[in-house]
Design a binder for this molecule. Structure first.
Ligand code: CMX
Length: 137
């Protein structure tokens, strides 16, 4: 069902403030920076071997990431699992009693199809299902 850990989401207050740590200290290649308006975040993707890190900066107090940082501070926000046939995966999880935040996939960064599971259904971890239909990586 799960192909790989596609990326790990990390909540940050400011991309500019933390990027030198990731690009200069850890020497991870910066793949892209983009705004995901639907999620009210600006994101930076870094290649970390076979997976990626997604730095998430809230661009509005309405963003889930803004609320997360207020409550818990900066840090690991979610784990994104790469899947195929995301609609089918969602149905399977629901059949097993898992509460989905997204009952249907929606568009995330880079045009990926994504759906979040509720952390209360996943022992306190916010998991994202992520399908890259016709996309590389
Ligand atoms: N990881 C683990 N637990 C989390 C969490 C996270 N990232 N965010 C919230 N929670 C927990 C809280 O600690 C809280 O638990 P307690 O009741 O035990 O304190 C519970 O979930 C409810 O949290 P809340 O602060 O009251 O916030 P909400 O219920 O309003 O929202 C959530 C929580 C997960 C439903 C919401 O953040 C959400 O819908 N997330 C999915 C979308 C998202 O995160 N988008 C940003 C990234 C987008 C991208 O990658 O492009």
């Amino acid at each position: 069902m799960i192909k790989k850990v596609d990326h790990i989401g990390i909540a940050v207050k400011s991309l500019e403030a933390v990027l030198p740590f990731y690009t200069k200290v850890l020497q991870l290649p910066l793949l892209k920076i983009e705004e995901v308006d639907s999620q009210k975040v600006r994101v930076a993707f870094l290649q970390a071997g076979e997976t990626k890190l997604e730095l998430l900066e809230p661009i509005s107090p309405e963003s889930a990431v803004f609320k997360f940082i207020e409550k818990r501070g900066e840090g690991i926000h979610h784990v994104a699992l790469g899947v195929e046939s995301i609609e089918e995966r969602i149905r399977q999880l629901e059949e097993q009693g898992i509460r989905m935040i997204d009952e249907n996939p929606r568009l995330g960064a880079g045009g990926a199809h994504i759906a979040f599971m509720h952390p209360k259904s996943a022992s306190g971890v916010l998991f994202e299902l992520c399908e890259k239909k016709g996309m590389k990586g």
